[in-house]
Write a protein that binds this ligand. Structure first.
Ligand code: SPD
Length: 357
């Protein structure tokens, strides 16, 4: 009898351990379902208190994972084996994911808060009628610089970055399209250029920038620039807004040759396990007070018109971060250039990175 009890207890303990292990494995791989929701977002791109608030309001447990580039995010979703319920790609990545049938259509009837989005950010070319994506943040790519480290010099153009006086002074955001785009725009070519001669010319020009590049970095770029460890940074506007919030000596400019206008939207990837929960999360993030708290915390520009009324006027009225898009000239949205061309941009960017070492 004692032996039988021992066998039962052992079976119980082993089964419990296996269940615990599977549960942990699922969480770490973004495998959700039931009462959990896996959100896959850029690093430093949400007010953490909102996750807690969502969990409390809905009883849904959020598993939160981050990525640092559209390319890394797409590769992970394409490979499968994960079930992210909500992800936040940029426009060209959304176009590519749609083409590859990686997205679930969004049910607008479950998003009563969609009415708060400024129509300017809806029905854009990369996702007509917002069939697959809902606005999260938007912005530009530009140069943040510290005049006090540049003898009062102002920066107004991409070509200013090649100035010999900027040796070892520039930090670059770690993005293939951003860095290649800087090379292309400095030569007055389009950010969506696919002409091989132009791409090689842009790469050669970037190689000449190498002596001025101190590092190519991720989210730590904000801390480094705010702490004056470098005089210049090529960044997304939201990061510039946060940096300037920390150190008012710095300024942000969209270079005169032109630059990128980008949109990051929420999507539901095809492998989602909690589609209803995903709609609840998207609607929650569209709530004006939540959207304002999010914008206030991360520093990026919100497309939520009603949320703007909860933000400090100094922030919502700052034309560097809320430019008038109908008047803005020279801004170009990245297009999906196709699998091969996007891979080619990545290769050239990696070669540029190697060239630096
Ligand atoms: N740390 C958050 C970064 C989000 C940047 N998204 C901008 C993408 C532009 N293609």
């Amino acid at each position: 009898m004692k032996q039988l009890v021992r066998v039962f207890v052992t079976i119980f303990i082993v089964s419990f351990a296996i269940l615990l292990f599977i549960n942990r494995l699922n969480s770490s791989q973004g495998l959700s379902g039931g009462n959990t929701l896996t959100v896959y977002n850029w690093g430093d791109y949400i007010e953490p208190k909102l996750i807690k608030k969502f969990e409390k309001e809905t009883g849904i447990k959020v598993i939160y994972q981050t990525f640092d580039s559209n390319e890394a995010m797409m590769t992970k979703i394409e490979q499968g084996g994960t079930t992210f319920d909500v992800a936040v790609p940029s426009e060209y990545a959304i176009e590519k994911m749609k083409e590859e049938k990686l997205l679930v259509p969004i049910d607008h009837s479950k998003l009563p808060n969609l009415k708060y989005i400024n129509p300017r950010f809806l029905d854009l070319a990369f996702d007509k009628k917002n069939k697959y994506s809902i606005p999260y943040f938007w912005g530009t790519v530009g140069i943040v610089y510290n005049p006090s480290l540049l003898n009062g010099k102002k920066i107004t153009s991409w070509n200013d970055l090649w100035d010999k006086d900027l040796r070892n002074s520039i930090l670059l955001a770690d993005g293939a399209r951003e860095v290649m785009g800087m090379g292309l725009n400095s030569l007055h070519y389009s950010l969506n250029d696919t002409n091989e001669a132009h791409l090689q010319e842009a790469k050669r020009k970037l190689d000449k920038l190498t002596p001025n590049v101190k590092a190519i970095v991720g989210d730590e770029i904000k801390m480094l620039l705010a702490n004056e460890e470098a005089a210049v940074g090529v960044v997304w506007s939201g990061d510039a807004s946060e940096i300037i919030g920390e150190n008012e000596k710095l300024d942000y400019v969209v270079p005169k040759e032109g630059s990128n206008l980008w949109f990051d939207n929420m999507v539901i990837p095809k492998t989602a396990k909690n589609i209803d929960g995903a709609h609840k999360f998207i609607n929650f993030m569209l709530d004006p007070k939540n959207a304002a708290a999010n914008a206030d915390y991360v520093g990026y520009s919100t497309p939520n018109e009603k949320a703007l009324s909860y933000l400090d006027k100094e922030v919502s009225g700052d034309k560097r971060f809320y430019p008038d898009l109908d008047k803005a000239e020279g801004l170009e949205v990245y297009e999906n250039l196709g699998k091969r061309m996007l891979a080619h941009y990545n290769e050239l960017f990696l070669e540029f990175k190697m060239h630096r070492k």
